[in-house]
Design a binder for this molecule. Structure first.
Ligand SMILES: NC(=O)c1ccc[n+]([C@@H]2O[C@H](COP(=O)([O-])OP(=O)(O)OC[C@H]3O[C@@H](n4cnc5c(N)ncnc54)[C@H](O)[C@@H]3O)[C@@H](O)[C@H]2O)c1
Ligand SMILES: O=C1N[C@](c2ccsc2)(c2cccc(Nc3ccc(F)cc3)n2)CC(O)=C1Sc1ccccc1Cl
Length: 332
């Protein structure tokens, strides 16, 4: 059984291409956190910002440019005109309408769909060979929308998916075990947000599977402890929102980490929203869900065939069914 199920056409672009350009659409809390992290980590030669609000856009551009003395040299542009994104290697979409208090997810989706019908074709026009990374919510459905509207092969359309969920999960496990979060590998997969699926078998600490780690450290293993940590992944999102009104730093670092794997051809495995049809018995239509996927300069290089319990696989299939029902109402 091959460890990776390859996706079509994931050959990287010409190796001679050295100048790296990233565009970020949406200069809000999330977009600017991603931009700032990409600059600090010296991932690009050129950064383009796009937003519908020209004053916000220019303000953010100037504010970043004024940090030039402390950052690696990077050309920073900003415009409401998508021509500023021309020749991007990676386009990160964080633009979106904010969910209105009490607004249904479906209504938010319809509003964001209307935005995407302008944003995605504009990005494709100027960067037909780029990779699209969708962060806007609902991220799994909007990644499907971006794939359909772009006409790109599925390996070049990725959603941040449960990458943020998994990074919070890793932090909480590390905090519980008093170890470094970078030594904790743990995947949350499926639908981003409230209905995500924690893969207990995927958790390892310093390369040691969690269950044997707990036994070796004589830490009482209680299944509900891990389940409570997964519940806290969801709860902490709501807590951050209730305290500061939005989230930015964790999604900023996690999305920039995905950008690094892509732009530096790291071939690392991340939980990201990919075209999941055909995996784990997911049928019935094209649906994007998070699975552990290998990322490199060609986008999604492969999707891992990790073992899922029947309960985990069924939960993925249930999420796929729910998302497909929503997608059929979109008319695209
Ligand atoms: N996937 C995740 O894990 C995750 C985590 C946090 C936030 N998010 C999502 O990220 C999105 C952005 O969140 P935020 O806090 O940055 O919101 P925000 O309101 O601060 O920023 C959104 C920006 O999009 C801009 N915009 C609106 N319409 C546009 C258009 N047609 N073209 C270009 N720009 C446009 C707005 O002017 C605004 O600056 C939301 O959908 C949020 O739910 C996702
Ligand atoms: O950290 C967040 N912040 C957001 C947020 C940021 C600005 S306004 C709301 C958040 C926070 C809390 C709930 C929530 N629900 C939600 C709303 C619309 C969607 F399409 C999807 C999710 N969204 C957006 C979001 O997706 C996250 S991650 C997240 C959310 C819910 C459960 C688990 C996780 Cl890991």
């Amino acid at each position: 059984q091959a460890f990776f199920k390859s996706v079509h056409n994931s050959a990287p672009p010409s190796p001679t291409k050295r100048h790296i350009k990233v565009s970020v659409v949406g200069a809000g809390n999330v977009g600017m956190a991603i931009a700032q992290t990409i600059l600090t980590q010296d991932l690009v030669d050129e950064l383009a910002l796009v937003d519908a609000n020209p004053d916000k856009l220019r303000g953010e551009m100037l504010d970043l440019q004024h940090a030039a003395a402390f950052l690696p040299r990077t050309k920073i542009h900003a415009s409401v005109d998508y021509s500023v994104t021309v020749g991007s290697d990676l386009c990160i979409v964080t633009a979106g309408a904010r969910q209105i208090a009490g607004e249904s997810r479906l209504n938010l989706l319809q509003r964001n769909l209307a935005l995407f019908k302008d944003i995605i074709p504009s990005l494709v026009k100027y960067s037909p060979d780029s990779i699209l990374m969708i962060v806007s919510n609902p991220v799994d459905v909007l990644t499907y929308v971006a794939w359909k509207l772009s006409g790109f092969p599925s390996n070049r359309v990725i959603g941040s998916g449960t990458n943020l969920d998994s990074s919070r999960f890793r932090f909480l496990i590390a905090d519980h075990l008093d170890v470094n979060a970078q030594d904790v590998q743990a995947f949350i997969v499926g639908e981003h947000g409230d209905s995500s699926v924690a893969l207990w078998s995927s958790i390892s600490v310093g390369g040691v599977p969690i269950l044997s780690f707990l036994e070796k450290q004589q830490i009482a293993y209680e299944k509900e402890t891990l389940e409570n940590i997964h519940k806290e992944v969801v709860g902490s999102a709501y807590e951050v929102i209730s305290l500061k009104g939005y989230t930015s730093w964790a999604i900023g670092y996690s999305a920039a980490n995905l950008a690094r794997s892509i732009l530096r051809d790291q071939r690392k495995i991340h939980p990201v929203s990919v075209l999941a049809k055909g995996f784990y018995g997911i049928t019935g239509g094209d649906v994007f869900l998070s699975l552990p996927a290998q990322l490199g300069r060609g986008g999604v290089l492969g999707v891992t065939n990790i073992h899922l319990t029947e309960v985990e696989a069924q939960r993925l299939r249930d999420s796929a069914k729910t998302i497909l029902e929503v997608q059929t109402q979109l008319g695209i």
